[in-house]
Every structure is written in C-alpha cells, then in structure tokens.
Design a protein around this ligand. Structure first.
Ligand code: HEC
Length: 454
C-alpha cells in the first residue's frame, strides 16, 4: 500500500469524523438555542415592567419630569425602539459615571446592569411582546410632585423655609434670582440631619434648573449650605451620627437659576424642608456639607481665566487640594457646562499611592447628579491626602450637547460659557475620629472576608 494514500485516507477519515462531529454539535447547539430562545424571550409583563418600576418610573410617570409615562404596556410599547436606543447608548437612565474605574457603589444608583440592558434590547428585538398580564408586578406608588420625597423615610419636615416670590417669564435668557430672606425659624442651635429642595409644582419643577439656599449666621463668619439643588439632585441625608450645625438666627441667601422653557407664572416660591436630630442629641461628627472645589481658576489666577477652549478642540484642567485634616467624603457632584465631558476625583495618599475615587465620563449639563457613596465604601482619607480633580472640555462635533463647535469658549455663568468645579460632600475628622472610623471599617471588611471564605 502506498504510505501516502494511507495518510490521505486517514486524514479523509478524520475530516469526515470532524465534519460529523461538527454537524452534530451544530445541530445540538441549534437545538438548545432554539429551546432556550422560546422560553427566554422577555415579555413586558414578566421582565420589562419590573425594570421600568425600579429604574424609570420615578421620572417617567404622568406627573414626573420624564417627557412620557412608562407604566402600562400601552404607554411603553410605542416607545420600544426609542427605549432600546437610549438604554443601549447609556443615555437613560441618567447616570454618567464611568463604570470601569473608581468606587461603584452609590446610594442613589439608578443605572441599569448589563443584564437589564440586554433584556430590554432582546425584548425590543423580539417585537416587544406583552406576555401574560398576570405576571405584572404590583404597581408602584409614586409620590406626587408636590410631596416631600423624604417624607416616606423621615416624616414631614421639622421646618420649611421659603424663597421670596419670583415672576417666572416664559421666554428669554437664563434668569438668576438671588433674594435674601431673614431666618428666624429656631429658638436655639440645632443639628441638621436632612434637607430637601422643592421647587413649586408643576411650574417650578419645569423652570428651576438649579439653586442654593445658604444660611449666613448672625455674627459668625461661616456659611451653612442648607440645600443645593439641580435636576437630578434634590435632597441630602447625612449618614447616621453626622450632622450640620444650624444657628437659630441669620439670613438665607437664595441663589436660584430659572431657565425659561415657555411656561410662565407670577410669584413662584421655592421651599426647602429641614429635618433635625432630636432636640438634645448632638451627632458625633459635624459635616461641612457640599464644599466647592474649583478646577478652573487655580494656580493663582482669577476664577475662570484659564478657560480658553479652541473651536473644534479640547481643554484639560487640573487642580489639587491638600487635606489639612483627615476626612470622609459622602458625595461627588461635578459641575461643568455644555462642553464638559469628563471630571474625575482621585486621591493621592501620603504614602504615594494614587486611586481614582470617581470619574464621570459622560457628563451632561442637563443633569446635576450627586453621586452618593454607600457608607461602607465612602472614601476615608488620612490627613495629608491630595485630592486631585481633572476635567475635560470637548468643543468638537463629537460632543452631542455642543451648541456650536466653531466658537472659542471662555468662562461664564451661561450654559454656553464654561466653568469647572466639583461639589464635594465632606466631613473633616480629627485624628481620634479618623482612627475610630478606620478600625470600624477594618473590622467590617474583616467580618466580610471571614464570612465569604467560610
Ligand atoms: C431621573 C429622571 C429619569 C429617569 C430615572 C429616567 N428618565 Fe428617561 N428621560 C428623563 C427626561 C427628563 C427626559 C427628557 C430629556 C432628555 O432626553 O434628557 C427623558 C427622556 C427619555 C427618552 C427619550 C424621549 C424622547 O422623546 O426623546 C427615553 C426613551 C427615556 N427617557 C427612557 C427611559 C427609560 C427606559 C428609563 C429607565 C430605564 C428612564 N428613561 C429613566 C428623565 C428620566
């Protein structure tokens, strides 16, 4: 026998076997894929409605800030392709954090998991079937726009303060309303536990873009930022044992940014609800609240002088703050305008290690989101840590919010000008408080580690 022909026939036999196996495998795969598909096609009632309840309906309800309600099948089905588009591109729900770096656990995380995004996409691709309405979850109770969102958790506010009335105009440029209102709400100093900013409803909800209510105590040089608001951020609850010291008397400086959207009305009033610790309870830690850390106008320059973004170009700004005492950070809220794209906050520890704490890489000026750390992962920073902020402006056509990439862009308060700072919710700690917080955290991590290894 010709050895060569043997070889050929062996290889032929092997090919045949391989092909058979391949066919069998393919057949099997096709078989299982088919079986899986039929049971796995997501339906509105069973798979989609629960996701919409958890991640969308707080805004997409008849009274909410979302442009359409996403509750019943009839309401949702016509929007199916648009929903797939917005969720697969990461535009909805609004959550602009980079998921590949930094701390990822936040109290107010409304983002979708990859699995949820895939379920929504599969459902739309399958023709958005309704499924069996018997599988629908019980409907959510949605708080009306004129209720306090924190009331469910904390009851009605202990004190409500009000801005001076403002006549809202329908059209025109951005408006700033900065009345000073005297504060005589308390008999003696109290400790703030939570605060909520509530524009009037429904008008104020549409036109108040962001705002602050800052209390200037009588005869003291400090400022007490009671509440800061932006679309996407309306309340603050300090961790248990942490509070802000509120004096009995002073003046409240309101700073409200009204953005005309075609609706008008006389005498609009913004309210802030305040919740205090019980009368004689003094929380262990006094927080500074949200502190403004500038990224522009550092390095000895006047505010914003360093912002000069060329047409069709980029600019990167950086700033650093050395912590004179230990601190813990509760929240991170970047503030840029329409060319803003990225802002990161990193810690450079005294031993030289550097860590990204949080990075927003899809900044969108329409939203002012405070990323609120879960208590057991919030940054706990020793004295001497350097907080480093980096922001990136994108003035190219790639930035979907860019109103005009042909312009030079400089500093300014209007949305078409730029600025760059972060609001950092911070509580400074003395060495003893820091030591205690650190050992508590270590103990908890140790318990977790032991717990999982068992
Ligand atoms: C925090 C409030 C909020 C949440 C949560 C939210 N949305 Fe939205 N959504 C809005 C607002 C406001 C708009 C209109 C402005 C915009 O597009 O940014 C919008 C726009 C949309 C649009 C585009 C509508 C159009 O006509 O252009 C879709 C689709 C959408 N949302 C779907 C969703 C889905 C699906 C979810 C949940 C997975 C969700 N949204 C969660 C507030 C929200």
């Amino acid at each position: 026998m010709n050895p060569l022909s043997t070889l050929t026939s062996i290889s032929q036999a092997r090919d045949l076997l391989f092909n058979t196996l391949l066919t069998l495998t393919l057949f099997n795969l096709a078989g299982t894929a088919d079986a899986q598909d039929r049971s796995a096609i997501p339906t509105f009632s069973r798979d989609i409605a629960p996701i919409l309840q958890q991640k969308c309906q707080t805004c997409h309800n008849p009274e909410g800030i979302g442009p359409m309600p996403l509750i019943s099948y009839r309401q949702v089905q016509p929007f199916a392709p648009l929903i797939k588009d917005r969720v697969t591109r990461g535009i909805m729900p609004p959550w602009h954090l980079d998921k590949t770096t930094g701390i990822q656990r936040y109290k107010n995380d409304i983002s979708l998991s990859d699995a949820e995004i895939a379920t929504i996409a599969d459902w739309v691709d399958a023709g958005s079937p309704e499924g069996d309405p018997a599988n629908l979850p019980a409907p959510l109770e949605i708080a009306s726009g004129d209720q306090w969102q924190l009331a469910d958790q904390l009851g009605p506010p202990d004190l409500i303060i009000r801005s001076a009335p403002y006549d809202v105009i329908a059209n025109g440029q951005d408006q700033w309303w900065m009345p000073e209102v005297s504060f005589e709400g308390l008999d003696h100093e109290r400790w703030l536990r939570a605060a909520e900013f509530k524009p009037s409803y429904p008008l104020g909800r549409k036109v108040v873009h962001h705002g602050h209510a800052v209390l200037i105590p009588e005869g003291e040089r400090r400022q007490v930022a009671l509440a800061r608001y932006g679309v996407g951020k309306s309340f603050e609850i300090y961790p248990e044992g942490t509070g802000m010291r509120v004096p009995a008397h002073g003046t409240i400086a309101w700073n409200l940014h009204y953005f005309p959207v075609g609706a008008e009305g006389p005498a609009d009033v913004v309210e802030v609800g305040l919740w205090f610790y019980p009368e004689n309870q003094r929380p262990e830690l006094e927080t500074a609240g949200e502190v403004m850390m500038r990224v522009d106008g550092r390095n000895g320059m006047a505010r914003g002088q360093d912002i000069l973004i060329p047409p069709h170009g980029y600019q990167v700004l950086e700033s650093t703050y050395v912590l004179d005492s230990a601190a813990t950070i509760h929240s991170f809220r970047p503030h840029l305008h329409m060319r803003g794209k990225v802002m990161s906050m990193s810690a450079i520890y005294p031993d030289g290690r550097k860590e990204v704490l949080s990075q927003v890489n899809k900044y969108n000026h329409n939203w002012q989101i405070a990323y609120m750390y879960e208590d057991d992962v919030k940054p706990l920073l020793p004295k001497g840590t350097v907080l480093q902020f980096t922001s990136v402006f994108d003035n190219t056509v790639n930035n979907p919010l860019n109103p005009d990439p042909n312009q030079w862009v400089v500093f300014g308060r209007r949305g078409v000008d730029e600025m760059s700072h972060a609001w950092v919710g911070i509580t400074y700690l003395n060495e003893e408080q820091y030591g205690r917080a650190l050992s508590e955290r270590r103990a908890r991590t140790e318990t977790l580690r032991v717990g999982t290894s068992e």
